[in-house]
Design a protein around this ligand. Structure first.
Ligand code: NAD
Length: 325
């Protein structure tokens, strides 16, 4: 157990992160006994395909499948979770991981370290963290920025909330999946930073779509308009990397050029805007633009369900459908 890692949640992000972690740990072990790697997902096929894809490529590797988060917790002293959002984190930790840790820690003093990389509600995450710590285990929140491309390339940014000591302990593990590892403060601070960042991103993607659409109605060439914005004061990631208009970024291939496939789903952006909205309400912090952008993402999902799983830059397609010119 002490030499093993369990990865729970092999979705669009988790599968790629788990692969980087597993393959780099394997290389680091350099023939001196590959560390155990345990995968677990509610969709059994995801864990099975991870196991069959990589067991063959890495001879002597010890990949096993846990059929439940309890099994994954029993198997390893390092546990990483990458789940959709608050309800799943709450149920996986409260119903499975925490009761199992309680039993394990009663029987042995072996240390367990949990890393939750899900983007979820800060208050729920702090509650879960304090219940994990009550069992004697340690936990950090380490949500990520960089999307599926960054997960695949191992270039994610990890925004970490937890003690200095836990941050230092997590760094070598996170470095196998990402490039920038930032300590944002105590428990929940990583999530706070992630939610604020995505609030900016969610608003910016809407306004870039508005500007590109306005430019179109004025007869401007999208590539020229994008070049102007990207080299001027309006420049931002939503325009220079994730521009929503096909061929506005020569030499790049943003999701809009793949029919908005393979990016950050509109439904996930709505979830993150909802997290910002909830926390802003609790703290009495004003969010006029954030609320307006959240409403737009909610309308997209209601009125254009075909865009719910597409990249959130498809807000451009939604607004184009609303336009009369
Ligand atoms: P996803 O829905 O593709 O993956 C979630 C996985 O968790 C799925 O495979 C699902 O089967 C599994 N799961 C759900 N409930 C479970 C349970 N009870 N036990 C075990 N497994 C369970 O989501 P994703 O795109 O991989 O995103 C994961 C998290 O990362 C989200 O919080 C998201 O907001 C955040 N995030 C995503 C991106 C992105 O571009 N996709 C970027 C940054 C952050």
């Amino acid at each position: 157990r002490s030499n093993s890692t369990s990865f729970i949640g092999l979705g669009r992000m988790g599968y790629q992160m788990a692969y980087n972690l597993f393959s780099k740990q394997y290389v680091q072990a350099d023939g001196s006994g590959s560390p155990g790697f345990v995968v677990c997902d509610a969709v059994a096929d995801s864990a099975r395909s991870f196991c069959s894809e990589f067991s063959q490529q890495y001879p002597g590797a010890h990949i096993s499948i846990a059929t439940s988060p309890e099994e994954a917790t029993i198997a390893s002293s390092r546990i990483i979770t990458m789940l959709p959002s608050s309800p799943q984190v709450k149920s996986v930790y409260s119903e499975s991981i925490i009761p199992t840790l309680r039993k394990l820690h009663m029987e042995s003093s072996e240390y367990t370290f949990c890393i939750d990389s899900t983007t979820l509600d800060v208050v729920i995450a702090r509650e879960v963290a304090s219940n994990v710590e009550r069992t004697g285990a340690r936990i950090i929140d380490a949500p990520v920025s960089g999307g599926v491309t960054g997960a695949k390339a191992g270039t994610l940014s990890f925004l970490v909330g937890g003690t200095e000591e836990d941050f230092e302990a997590a760094k070598p593990i996170l470095a196998l999946m990402g490039q920038r590892i930032i300590h944002c403060g105590p428990s929940g601070a990583g999530l706070g930073a992630k939610i604020c960042n995505n609030l900016v991103l969610g608003v910016e993607q809407v306004v870039v779509a508005e500007a590109m659409l306005l430019g179109r109605s004025l007869g401007l060439d999208p590539a020229i308009l994008a070049a102007v914005i990207n080299s001027s004061t309006g420049g931002c990631w939503a325009s220079s990397v994730n521009n929503p208009v096909p061929f506005a970024l020569p030499g790049k291939s943003p999701p809009c050029e793949r029919d908005y496939e393979g990016g950050f789903a509109t439904s996930l952006m709505l979830k993150d805007m909802g997290l910002a909205s909830d926390v802003a309400r609790q703290r009495d912090s004003p969010l006029p633009l954030g609320e307006a952008a959240k409403e737009i993402y909610a309308h997209i999902i209601q009125q254009r369900p075909d865009l719910a799983q597409k990249d959130f830059s498809s807000v451009y397609q939604y607004l184009k459908g609303e336009a009369t010119v």
